[in-house]
Design a protein around this ligand. Sequence first.
Ligand SMILES: NC(=O)c1ccc[n+]([C@@H]2O[C@H](COP(=O)([O-])OP(=O)(O)OC[C@H]3O[C@@H](n4cnc5c(N)ncnc54)[C@H](OP(=O)(O)O)[C@@H]3O)[C@@H](O)[C@H]2O)c1
Length: 328
Amino acid sequence: MNTKTLGTLTTSAIGLGCMGMSPAYGDADRDESIATVHAALEAGITLLDTGDFYGAGHNELLLAEALHDVPRDTYQLSVKFGGQVSPDGAFLGFDGRPVAVKASAAYSLRRLGTEYIDIYRPARLDPTVDIEETVGAIGDLVDAGYVRRIGLSEVGAETIKRAASVRPITDLQIEYSLASRGIERDILDTCRDLGIGVTAYGVLSRGLISGHWTKSSGGQGDSRTASPRFSGENLDRNLALVETLRGVAEELGITVAQAAIAWVASRGDDIVPLVGARTRARLVESLGAVDVVLTDRQLAAIEAAIPADQVAGERYPTAHMAALDSER
Ligand SMILES: NC(=O)c1ccc[n+]([C@@H]2O[C@H](COP(=O)([O-])OP(=O)(O)OC[C@H]3O[C@@H](n4cnc5c(N)ncnc54)[C@H](OP(=O)(O)O)[C@@H]3O)[C@@H](O)[C@H]2O)c1
C-alpha cells in the first residue's frame, strides 16, 4: 500500500471509515465488519476512522474487539467526538466545551481499549464555543499523552485558521467527491497554506455514486433515505449521472466505485480518501482503486461524467446543512 501524508503524519493511501459498521446505513453484520477491519489491515490500510457517537459507543467497542490482538503501533485511530445522541438515537447537537472534550476522550479511550488516540477531532463546530477553546482542550490531551494529533471536521477556512493558531492541525475531515466539491472554493487552499492534510469522506457520496445503488436500495434504519440526493426525482437524475460514469469506467476497465475513489485520490498527496466499506467484497473493490493510474485525460472524462453542478440535492438534509461551518 502506498502512503500519503496528513500534516506530518504518514498514513495509508486510503483509510477505512467504520461508521457503516454501526447502525447508520441500516443493519451491519458484526462478524463481517470485524473481518473487513482485519482484511483492511492485512491489505496495508493503517488509518481507521470512527466517532464516539457512531451507534453511541458501538463503533468504538466493535473496533476494540477487532483490534484486540493487533499491535497498537500498526494502525492509527482517528476519532470524532462532540456529536450528542439520546438513547433512542435522536440527534441532540454538538458539544465542544473543554470539559466535554476531556470527558469524551476518557470514555473513548476506555471503549477503544487503548492508551492513546492518534487523531482526535470535533465532529462539528460547536457554535457556542470558540474553536480555540476546543482545540486548546485537545492540546491538553496531547500534552498528557492521551492524544497524538489534532484534527478538524467540516469546518470552514476561517475556523481552520483560528484552530491552527492554537496548535498544529494534522488534517481536516470533510466530504469530498465528484459530487461534492465545496472544498475547492477556499478550504483546500487554506489547508494547503497551513500544511494541513485532508481526509476525504463520502468519496462515493455514501454509496450513491458507487455503481451499486438502485432505486430499491436502502430501507429501514438507513439514514440515506432522508437525504435529498437519495430522494424522488433527485435520485433519478443522480443515478442517470452514475450511468454516464459507468460508461467511462467500463472503457477504462475499472468499476464505477474505483473510478470515483481514484478521482479523489488523484487530487493530491495530501488527500486521503476514506472508504466506508463494511464488507470484504466492498473493501476489495475499493482497494482496486489504489493501484489505478489514470492520465489527465481519463481523469477529466471521469470528472465530466458527474459534473458537480448537475448533482441534484444537497449533500445533507437541511437541518444538518445548517450545522456545517464548512458551508458558510
Ligand atoms: N466527518 C464527518 O462528518 C463524517 C461524516 C460521514 C462519514 N464520515 C466518515 O467517513 C467514512 C466514509 O463515509 P461514508 O460511508 O458515508 O462514505 P462512502 O464511502 O461514500 O459510502 C459508503 C457506502 O457506499 C457503499 N459502497 C458501495 N461500493 C463500495 C465500495 N466499493 N467501497 C466502499 N463502499 C461501497 C457502502 O457499502 P454497502 O454497499 O455495504 O452499503 C456504503 O453504504 C465513514 O465510515 C466515517 O468514518 C465522516
